[in-house]
Design a protein around this ligand. Sequence first.
Ligand SMILES: Nc1nc2c(ncn2[C@@H]2O[C@H](COP(=O)(O)OP(=O)(O)OP(=O)(O)O)[C@@H](O)[C@H]2O)c(=O)[nH]1
Length: 449
Amino acid sequence: MLWRVKPNGLAYAAPNGLSPSASKRLCRNAWALRLPSLPVRRPPNSSEARMRTSSSRRALSTFGASASAAAVDGSAGAIRASSSLLATTKYAPHIASSTANSAATASKREVFISGPEMVTINPEHSKCNVSVRQYSSIMGIEKQIMNKDLPSTLFGRVLDGSLDAALIIDQDSRIGYLNAAMLALSGYTRDELIGQPLDGLLPDGMASQHRRYVHDYVSTGAISAVLGHVREFELRERGGAMIPIELKALDLGVEDSVQYFGAFLVDLRQRRAEQEKTAALLAQLEQEAMTDPLTALPNRRAYDAELARVAARSRRNKSPISVGVADIDHFKNVNDTYGHPVGDVVLCEVSKAIERAARGTDFVARTGGEEFGMLLPDTAIEMAGVVAERMRKAVEETSVTTPDGACIRVTISIGLAPLAPDAAPDAALASADAALYQAKNQGRNRVVS
Ligand SMILES: Nc1nc2c(ncn2[C@@H]2O[C@H](COP(=O)(O)OP(=O)(O)OP(=O)(O)O)[C@@H](O)[C@H]2O)c(=O)[nH]1
């Protein structure tokens, strides 16, 4: 059983027996480590063997504890406390005799405690920033755990079989441990990486920065933006390609005067691909939601959104806008004479003609059955009249030939209105509608403003 107590007084515990469900619950609170499907057994090579012997094994066990408390190491320091906490708490001698920890842990004010009972670390209830209740039971628990005598190799097996990549480096950034997932991610063999500097796995320019972080941390305790946090980086795999990863780097403490660091790495490629797919799907949906499927022009929703956008811009810039409404004349006759599918073709040709006649900055939408909306930004009503007349003429000159060889020509009527910078867009649209009504009444195929 291993308790991890955070500075806010919350503690996370692994239940006895480390049942998969309980461990999974714990993993929800931890980052990265998932239960391995099958522990992988393989003889360690010499460098790993060094890492796994005596005190170095404790770095590995601390690494496991940081991940999810999914395994127990009876020989590891059962109680871990920061040196600053040790200096101030009256239990310091006992804790200190259990373990030593690094300055980094001190600054994070984290205390790791092994034991089956809850231990509360409450920063508010003590002048020395911690109060430890049930301390005496901790010492007893530690004894129990020591007696339990679980083999410390369990930690290595858990990490070996983790689905997430894991590695351990020393203070010289030399790789001391990699699990199978890390090898699969990097594309290297174990022998190619063990004992080698981490540099080859880092992106260009990161190696020197990484070394500086490690050096500053080891020599002055300066915590980098990386240590203890989940960050997104890139990993250079064997073929040179950069793999997006999520990384959590951990201080594993000092063992035999050597500072160790661990890291869990999660391959982000699949997540990124899914995110891109979702983004593309959303963009497509948004596009579809704003587009008229028959003519491929922006639809009413898009027109309203664009009207609100240009109206706001016009208020800021005090620039004139003109709005227009165009309607095909006697379109019912086209449908009645040639049928609805031919009417659709005519609608498409009319929309193309209007669009062709518009300027690059104008916005044309199909706002209803045989109705089109126009937005003409930075355009006074006189110039809007010129553009609308061009549109009207373009439609008049358009013809559609039916499969029977009949030639269909239609015309449009257009109503225009100015949108004053401080006026409501709806009022301008109503004025344009009124002008269209007038154009229809005056005989159609004309522009009225
Ligand atoms: N083919 C086709 N026809 C449509 C579509 N949407 C609306 N219409 C038709 O457009 C016609 C509109 O008819 P009316 O509102 O009477 O207007 P109009 O015949 O154009 O006469 P005025 O507007 O007064 O000149 C109707 O016959 C609708 O069925 C469409 O998507 N496709």
